[in-house]
Design a protein. Structure first.
Length: 347
């Protein structure tokens, strides 16, 4: 029977690639016919490709499908594209949503690779193209800065504790202050590097400038969002972006009853969530629209963090809209749009 499509589903881990090879036939039947585990390192990629080619001789070109799992999928994805293979990188929430429709009793690395292979066989997927190098460089720099800031905060807390002692050790205080100064200098160096990279790309710099017209959103926040999404390369709508950041609301259900309180999933990109926290607080303090959203949620739930998260979500969606429309922030845009629609309806 004629084979119409062949897909390799790759479940990417830090150290291993768990793969399942599948194919579709002309009678619309589906078969998963091979499974293997490879090391997630460059030396093993050649072996993976040879194994796939040996099992698919004479058939249609194989498409390699994988999840966007932090940074662990990047090496294999770049390798495959560089060697002329078709690659599709899928947002994790798409795979997890599809996985709920497949009857899988036990979730393992093997069953995950099978689900990814099935997803690739059943869906028409866009081919992945490597993002611009500048996004990769900015992502590395902003993540390094976040680690340094986190470490400096910890050291400052240590300094406060030491100074609060009845008899603080002068040498200890000196070393702690030296470390704080060192970390501060490192952060300044990273900021200079970020600025240097940004100045090499005038179009990205313009996009960042547009995003920064949003109240509460500064240059660093805009850069982090752009870098962590690779310029929104896999994002097609606001819902996908919110899910990618882990700011989507989930709830546990059983039959018709709800078990447990709704909460954000936190399954997405923690760097985006962290970057949106301070802008959300600033927006609540200085923007009447966001202040109203925050107050309404807090008055209803009594939980301040729910209000902050809601504002984070709104700001992130607004960043996406400004980027996609290649425009700047317009105050009271929704109110104006609603008013225009009412005027048209009245004619």
């Amino acid at each position: 029977m004629k084979v119409l499509k062949q897909v390799l589903g790759i479940d990417v881990g830090q150290k291993e690639l768990v793969v399942t090879l599948g194919r579709n036939y002309e009678d619309f039947s589906l078969e998963l016919f091979a499974y293997k585990v490879f090391k997630n390192k460059e030396g093993a990629f050649d072996s993976l490709v040879k194994w796939v080619e040996k099992l698919t001789i004479g058939g249609p070109k194989v498409k390699f499908v994988m999840e966007a799992t932090g940074v662990y999928h990047q090496k294999i994805a770049y390798y495959l594209v560089a060697n002329g293979y078709d690659v599709s990188v899928i947002l994790p929430n798409k795979i997890s949503n599809y996985g709920r429709t497949v009857e899988v009793k036990t979730v393992t690395d093997k069953t995950c690779s099978e689900i990814i292979a099935r997803f690739g066989l059943e869906r028409k997927l866009e081919l992945w193209t490597p993002p611009k190098r500048i996004y990769r460089e900015l992502q590395q720099l902003t993540r390094e800065r976040a680690q340094i800031v986190e470490e400096r905060t910890s050291v400052k807390n240590q300094l406060h504790a030491e100074e609060s002692e009845a008899f603080p050790n002068k040498n200890s205080l000196k070393r702690i202050k030296t470390l704080i100064n060192f970390l501060t200098k490192q952060e300044a160096e990273i900021k200079r590097d970020i600025s240097t990279y940004l100045n090499t790309d005038s179009s990205l710099k313009e996009e960042i400038r547009n995003i920064c017209t949003i109240p509460g959103v500064g240059e660093l926040t805009a850069i982090i969002v752009m870098a962590e999404t690779n310029g929104f390369e896999l994002i097609r709508n606001k819902k996908q972006l919110v899910s990618y950041a882990g700011l989507d609301v989930v709830e546990k259900q059983s039959g018709t009853s709800v078990k447990g309180k709704p909460r954000i999933s936190k399954r997405g990109n923690k760097n985006i969530r962290r970057a949106m926290h301070l802008p959300a607080i600033s927006a609540v303090k200085h923007n009447e629209n966001y202040k109203e959203i925050y107050a309404r949620l807090v008055s209803r739930t009594g939980i301040k963090m729910k209000g902050i998260v809601a504002v984070q979500r709104k700001l992130l969606e607004l960043i996406f809209i400004v980027y996609k429309n290649k425009t700047t922030y317009v105050k009271d845009y929704e109110l104006r749009k609603r008013a225009q629609l009412q005027e048209v309806a009245a004619l």
